[in-house]
Design a protein around this ligand. Structure first.
Ligand SMILES: [Zn+2]
Length: 362
């Protein structure tokens, strides 16, 4: 994670009504980056966690956003220390996962893959399996509460700086018929290339299991090359630094051409990219160039609380920056479902029954 010295602090936009109503799909959303501030305060009180910067939910939301915008890596990482601190019991995980599903559904999201690192929720004695079961139960509860308006799947994340990725890959395979759709690797990209976790990816390949890799956020094309060509990732988390392999005149290098031609989806998270310095502002974000060049682009939140965003707000920022209308957001949403780690008939059903009619009605 690289943070810029002078990060942009984009204002939260007023969201147009049609954007709020538009059906959405999110593939890159971190469970521990998207809690409700009021829930953090309540859970902190219940579990005796006293290190929150404030116990006022509204002030806490502002604190998270400012910490992410501060340009300080320590402050940015501190945000996740607070959220993970209150995510250590089964009850807390069920509640947070259920609320996550509710919040996404209320924002018009019809399909979500939400990721988290099970190893970060073991401090109060839960096992890895118990963590996964709790989050899955929470997602099912959230789906029920929304009357089935949203389908949520989990991605299990291995951390780049630890050595548990093979264990988490095995955990992913063990729970794949129970709400876990795939695996991811996350954490500081610099000094932690994805090839350090090759055993995990090879295990997933042997088991015919899906995975994505955070790459091309802080480190450029070489990180994407390792993720795609050495590790064999199906999607790329962020991936915006693929522009390193694209000339000024739009000529694609071999790697960029491979990614585009194989329709490898990029999980693009514009607001997060501004905060980490991967882009300067929305208008200069490479998403529009990449889209025009034919890359498979999906639009995502990354961390809703920490980045102070929602899917609707990401849509709005892109509409404001590039003049995108419903047809572009329909394209992004269909692209996300085409790249989803869900059986083909289920992806087709979501596209034909929810996404196409939803956009036609706008
Ligand atoms: Zn991420």
């Amino acid at each position: 994670m690289h943070l810029s010295d002078n990060p942009a602090t984009p204002a939260r936009p007023a969201v147009s009504d049609w954007i709020r109503r538009a059906p959405k799909a999110v593939l890159h959303d971190h469970l521990d980056g998207g809690l409700r501030p009021a829930t953090i305060v309540e859970l902190a009180e219940e579990c005796g966690y006293t290190a929150l910067p404030t116990e006022d939910p509204a002030a806490l939301a502002v604190w998270f956003r400012e910490a992410a915008d501060s340009g300080s890596l320590e402050r940015y990482l501190e945000t996740f220390a607070h959220t993970c601190a209150v995510m250590q019991t089964r009850e807390a995980l069920v509640r947070i996962a259920a609320e996550c599903a509710e919040d996404l559904a209320a924002d018009g999201v019809v399909y979500a893959e939400v990721r988290y690192a099970p190893e970060q929720h073991l401090e109060a004695g839960l096992t890895l399996d118990e963590v996964v079961e709790a989050v899955n139960d929470g997602f099912r509860e959230g789906e029920r509460r929304t009357g089935g308006r949203i389908t949520v799947r989990a991605l299990l994340t291995g951390m780049r700086h630890t050595d548990r990725s093979l264990e988490i890959a095995e955990l992913t395979v063990a729970h794949r018929d129970n709400g876990v759709a795939g695996f991811d690797i996350a954490g500081g990209e610099i000094g932690n290339p994805p090839t350090r976790h090759l055993a995990a990816f090879q295990h997933l390949k042997r088991e015919n299991c899906h995975f994505t890799i955070h790459a091309g956020e802080a480190v450029g094309a070489e990180s994407i090359h390792e993720a795609v060509q050495v590790c064999g990732t199906e999607r790329i988390g962020h991936g915006v630094r693929i522009t390193d392999d694209i000339a000024e005149d739009g000529t694609l290098g071999r790697l960029a051409a491979y990614v585009r031609d194989n329709r490898i989806a990029l999980e693009v998270c514009p607001t997060s990219n501004l905060q980490t310095g991967a882009a300067e502002d929305y208008r200069s974000h490479p998403i529009d160039e990449l889209r025009r060049l034919g890359f498979r682009i999906t639009l995502n939140t990354d961390n809703r609380l920490v980045s102070g965003t929602t899917m609707s707000e990401e849509f709005q920022h892109m509409a404001d920056a590039f003049g995108y209308g419903p047809e572009v957001f329909e394209e992004f949403t269909v692209a996300a479902l085409e790249a989803a780690f869900l059986p083909l008939p289920e992806r087709e059903r979501l596209i034909e029954e929810l996404v196409r009619p939803g956009y036609a009605a706008l």
